[in-house]
Design a protein around this ligand. Sequence first.
Ligand SMILES: *Cc1c(COP(=O)(O)O)cnc(C)c1O
Length: 404
Amino acid sequence: MKRVAGTEGAHLIDEDGARILDAISSWWVITHGHRHPAIMEAIRRASETYDQIIFAEYTHAPAEELAAGLIGITPAGLKHVFYSDSGSTAVEVALKMALGFFHNIGAPRSRVCVLEHGYHGDTIGTMSAGERGVFNAAYEPLLFAVDRLPFPEPGREQQTLDTFAASCASGRVAALLIEPLVLGAGGMKIYPPAVLTELKRIAERHGSLFIADEVMTGWGRTGTRFACEQAGLTPDILCTSKGLTGGALPLAATLCTADIFDAHFSADRRRTFFHSSSYTANPIACAAALANLGIWATEAVGTRIEALAAKQRSRLRRFEGDPRFCNIRQAGTIAALDLAVPVGGYLSEVGPRLRTFFRERKLLIRPLGNVIYLMPPYCVTEADLDRAYDAIDEAASAFAAGRL
Ligand SMILES: *Cc1c(COP(=O)(O)O)cnc(C)c1O
């Protein structure tokens, strides 16, 4: 494995000084670009004043200001913020909030609905909710059962809605946990906002909670700051992590409505939301996230996202009707297409070979099996994107000619 000696903008710089285009934003965390000056400056400044501070009995300005900021920019109605450290913990917290809510109002529910092909993290709870397969087969005996809704394939959306309604009719569904608009790790599977709007309506009708796992989709990836905005909905619980600090430091937040908070807020200690983690609301990470909010408030982030989405669209269009590819798709800044192979799926033989092919061309692109996708930081240049698409074109030709 190559050692990375530094990062800059959309690139990793290896120990030989070569610049590698980070076309997947270092696993989807880097939004504006590596080492954005405002974020690095905020980290430097915060570290002169703070290290970790217990987040019980005491609070601190970065956490308070960030909570207020997050409530201000997420869908209206989300009123409270719970901090943790990763996407997985943000989702675990969300599940516990949902079950705690029903427990505390004296009407226990424990069933969780999820979408087929979903991914929510790698802890036991989030693996339970995610797609089952080779990644979690060894842990299967520990995983809990959930209700799985078929993925809303084009033309079959009604089946997803009907399955959800049937599940909810049992009166046992605590929550629908869902990645809005794009299922990331499940293969960049994209579905329309209208499905989300309809699922929310069904959840409301049955008193089930709606948990949006925006760990990947948040912070502009799908074109809007949060994907839920496109469906015009406020989830009961929203999970954010990856892009929260612009990708510079680990931090996560789970936001919830007043109803969920109120069900846990009581002099009766048995109603407490029992979840604590040592590094909750790390002040330096909160300062980095505040700097990220500042970038969104003062820089032309929306314009950059639109330009990136337009560039992805124009390059994808060139592959339209090309028999070497199928399922060409896009959601905002995310572009994906499947290499036409006899046997697809994540374990498709072609995945590792593609990865090597791209690495040799100084491109960090890690296909999910035969699914090739680009999710670059928003500072990426047109020239860099062209280089990535030219390499995809070249890889597909090599594959078709049996040279890959
Ligand atoms: C990455 C991801 C997670 C898990 O986040 P980690 O920080 O890796 O624990 C959860 N949900 C979604 C949708 C993700 O993409």
